[in-house]
Design a protein around this ligand. Structure first.
Ligand SMILES: Cc1cc2nc3c(=O)[nH]c(=O)nc-3n(C[C@H](O)[C@H](O)[C@H](O)COP(=O)(O)OP(=O)(O)OC[C@H]3O[C@@H](n4cnc5c(N)ncnc54)[C@H](O)[C@@H]3O)c2cc1C
Ligand code: FES
Length: 286
């Protein structure tokens, strides 16, 4: 195991406490994993066994963690063999949870702009929850081309700059008093018919210069979306952190199976997404 991460990543036999299916082959799973729950920070992930017969684990981001109650939530989409096997696991069964793994987001600005696309939503929910009782003023933009894994409701927070009718928000975030808006090309009611970056731009344009100077951008989602987010951040001259996905074997820094090229002051360097990331400064990757 990578030295920097020694003694920080735990292996736990975790009971599945609930496992809810949603449209678009999406699942929300809660497991009892007190060690992981205690240490987890937004942006980190866990490497999960999907079936007792399959030694290869799958990496899934941590969406929520309760240190007090010892549970961890995941949102995942069944896209292939491994995640379909995971989807077949039932409440009361056990899976092995290796985690929490990786470099977390570091929230440095007063107005975090959180952008999540598809199954890139979970780390944004985790950041939002971590800021719930702070004096920071996050805005969350979520995008999906399959039905959202929650029933959207009209936001209680009017926001300058956003088009009329773009009112759909995530209920959990509303309950936490955190403004959010949704984007999709699928024509879902109350959502922006377009990209998450359009919504982010509307919001940025609705801020004063002083407010805009307090914004930092945080994103997780498909690679193309992350590229567009970094371009937007560059245009507005904002700091940006992104969470990357790569195929992973060990997920603890030992196999170099997940390397990506990033720019460093000393020139291009190869970094492991599992333990040097998955969160990187967006400008070093795109
Ligand atoms: C750090 C990290 C966090 C992640 N968090 C989540 C999450 O919160 N929710 C979630 O649903 N998924 C997440 N993923 C992706 C998830 O790990 C993959 O979807 C899963 O491993 C696919 O396994 P499979 O056996 O079902 O599919 P496979 O049969 O291996 O592949 C099915 C399809 O998915 C694509 N795919 C598989 N793995 C990846 C990958 N790592 N990156 C990009 N494309 C891939 C393949 O190209 C193929 O099209 C995360 C990945 C990483 C690296
Ligand atoms: S998956 Fe083995 S080093 Fe990252």
């Amino acid at each position: 195991m990578d030295r920097a991460h020694r003694d920080t990543i735990l292996v736990e036999d975790a009971e599945i406490l609930s496992h809810e299916p949603h449209a678009g082959e999406q699942y929300v799973m809660r497991v009892r994993a007190p060690g992981c729950a205690r240490r987890a920070r937004p942006g980190q992930f866990a490497h999960l066994t999907v079936d007792p017969q399959r030694p290869m684990r799958r990496p899934i981001s941590i969406m929520r963690a309760s240190a007090a109650d010892g549970w961890v939530d995941f949102l995942y989409k069944a896209v292939g063999d491994g995640t379909r096997l995971l989807a077949a696991r039932r409440r009361g069964e056990q899976i092995s949870v290796l985690g929490p793994i990786g470099v977390a987001f570091e929230i440095r600005e007063r107005r975090p702009l959180l952008i999540g696309g598809g199954v890139g939503m979970p780390p944004m929910i985790f950041i939002a929850e971590s800021l719930r009782y702070s004096d920071s003023k996050p805005f969350v933009v979520l995008g999906s081309e399959v039905p959202f894994p929650f029933t959207a409701r009209p936001s209680q927070f009017p926001l300058p700059g956003l088009p009329d009718g773009v009112i759909a928000a995530m209920p959990l975030l509303e309950d936490w008093k955190i403004p959010s808006r949704l984007a999709s090309l699928q024509g879902y009611a109350g959502c922006h018919q377009g990209y998450v970056t359009d919504l982010a731009r509307y919001w940025l344009d609705g801020l004063s210069d002083r407010e805009r100077a307090e914004v930092g951008v945080y994103a997780c989602g498909p690679h193309a979306m992350l590229g567009a987010v970094v371009n937007l951040a560059r245009e507005y001259d904002l700091p940006v952190q992104v969470s990357l996905e790569e195929f992973m074997a060990c997920a603890v820094g030992g196999c170099a199976g997940c390397v990506v090229e990033v720019s460093t002051p000393g020139g291009p360097a190869m970094k492991r997404v599992c333990v040097d990331g998955p969160v990187f400064d967006g400008y070093t990757v795109f």
